[in-house]
Design a protein around this ligand. Structure first.
Ligand code: PGA
Length: 260
């Protein structure tokens, strides 16, 4: 993390877990364990139906509500879809796009992810854009080429002003939900590479200001080391974000001094 130049963000991804009735008790337990002074933005990305509950329950715990997906369309005859304006209307401030589970199970490609990121920006929501390589790609030494392509495609047509509202999450697919975390050095290498890709497109200042998160089996034990890396500005946390105490421990790990 380098808090001098960019915001630290700890974002939970509840995926398709929890019920609306569980939001308030979760936040109460989280609040009881969270540090008093804030060293990062704390975000919880819930299923869309729980965002309003999170906005309400999260208010005095200073937890920011986010969603996990959005339609690329503005409005109209798209049965089952939820638009960016609808998410903004109920108070979502962040929204994940391009999570590997959406890429894998819903056939989302980089063009669609770019369109979704733009739809969010137009509605005033900060997209958390996920990128990551498969194990095969890593073993074939294609990690950085693949990630550079994903980052460039996701940011295509997004100008430097809008980039200030974008967050990138590096999530190696082989580390998601598997208990296998990338080593701090592996995660740092890719996050540094992502910043270099952004620097090439936008220049040094915008690149220095973008928050880049690591995701993939981040937990209370490994968070401190991962967050101690200069280009890792936070985490996108799945499993451990369902446990208030574990999640608050990850939040506490952002209290360390910035390094660069
Ligand atoms: P995990 O999930 O922390 O359970 O590995 C991370 C994610 O999918 O965002």
């Amino acid at each position: 993390m380098n808090k001098k130049y960019r915001k630290a963000i700890i974002a939970g991804n509840w995926k398709m877990n929890m019920l609306s009735s569980g939001v308030k008790p979760f936040i109460e337990e989280l609040k009881a364990n969270m540090p008093k002074s804030k060293t990062c933005d704390v975000v919880l990305c819930t299923p869309a139906v729980m965002v309003a509950n999170m906005v309400k329950a999260g208010k005095d715990a200073k937890v920011i509500a986010g969603a996990q997906d959005v339609s690329k369309y503005e409005k109209g005859a798209y049965t089952g879809e939820v638009s960016a304006a609808q998410l903004a209307d109920i108070g979502a401030k962040y929204c994940i796009v391009g999570h590997s589970e959406r890429r894998q199970y819903h056939g989302e490609d980089d063009m669609l992810i770019n369109a979704k990121a733009k739809a969010l920006l137009a509605a005033g929501i900060n997209p958390i854009i996920c990128v990551g390589e498969s194990l095969e790609q890593r073993e074939m030494d294609l990690t950085m080429e693949h990630i550079a392509y994903q980052v460039k495609a996701a940011l295509s047509g997004i100008d430097a002003t809008a980039l200030r509202h974008c967050v990138i999450a590096y999530e190696p697919i082989w580390a998601i939900g598997t208990g296998k975390t990338a080593t701090a050095a592996q995660a740092q290498e890719v996050c540094e590479g992502i910043r270099a890709v952004i620097r090439k497109i936008y220049g040094a200042r915008p690149a220095r200001a973008v928050s880049i998160l690591y995701g993939g089996s981040m937990n209370a034990k490994n968070a401190f080391e991962l967050l101690g890396q200069p280009d890792i500005d936070g985490g996108l946390i799945g499993g451990a974000s369902l446990k208030p105490v574990d999640f608050s421990e990850i939040v506490k790990a952002t209290a360390q001094d910035a390094k660069e």
